[in-house]
Design a protein around this ligand. Structure first.
Ligand SMILES: [Zn+2]
Length: 205
């Protein structure tokens, strides 16, 4: 069984890499967003909806309850990859109560590169496709390849807002790495996607 956590700042390519590894190891990739979206009718969903409708964040205890249910599914028998959880030490401690983590992969990039990558990100409102004006531009400037819709930059993807999110990452998420020191592997995120994927696979075999 291999239970893996992916940690990295926005722009590190963490989600992309988690997805690639999940396919290679044939275990589910569980992102926090999918976790909530995948909830079926029932008391947990009602609780989540109640929080969201009141404009509140979903409390950690509730997230862990949902996660516990998710990882008890048969598809997690061989393991799972967590992406976006835990985000801070409190969450990591709660996670201890429901699962044994075997490996933590950190994808490391400089703040400068993160800002560069995120602020060059554009996406399609219609189909959700994401492009990058530097590394992955659409064929026609500002037009979606998939559906020919106009592409836009998210309002909170400006350098000031990104810096704020990176500060939170350093202050709250980074301390988790120390807790997982003995099972941690750090990967340089400033490389080609395939290269990073190869290195991660090596560390998780
Ligand atoms: Zn589109």
């Amino acid at each position: 069984m291999t239970n893996i956590i992916f940690i990295g700042p926005q722009g590190s390519g963490k989600g992309t890499q988690a997805k690639i590894l999940a396919e290679k190891l044939n275990i589910p990739h569980i992102s926090t967003g999918d976790l909530f979206r995948g909830l079926t009718k029932g008391p947990l969903k009602e609780e989540v909806d109640a929080n969201i409708n009141q404009g509140k964040l979903v409390p950690d205890e509730l997230t862990v309850k949902i996660l516990k249910q998710r990882i008890s599914n048969p598809d997690c028998k061989k393991g799972f990859i967590l992406d976006g959880f835990p985000r801070n030490l409190d969450q990591a401690k709660l996670l201890d109560n429901i699962a044994k983590i075997d490996k933590v992969i950190e994808i490391n990039i400089s703040d400068k590169l993160a800002i560069e990558r995120i602020s060059s990100r554009i996406s399609c409102k219609k189909c959700g496709a994401v492009y990058n004006t530097i590394t992955n531009p659409p064929n026609k400037e500002n037009i979606c390849d998939q559906c020919q819709n106009e592409l836009y930059r998210r309002a909170d993807d400006n350098p000031e807002a990104i810096k704020k999110r990176l500060e939170t990452y350093h202050k709250e998420t980074k301390p988790i790495l120390k807790k997982y020191q003995s099972i941690l592997d750090s990967i340089d995120g400033n490389q080609e996607i395939n290269k990073i994927a190869e290195q991660i696979l090596e560390k998780t075999r």
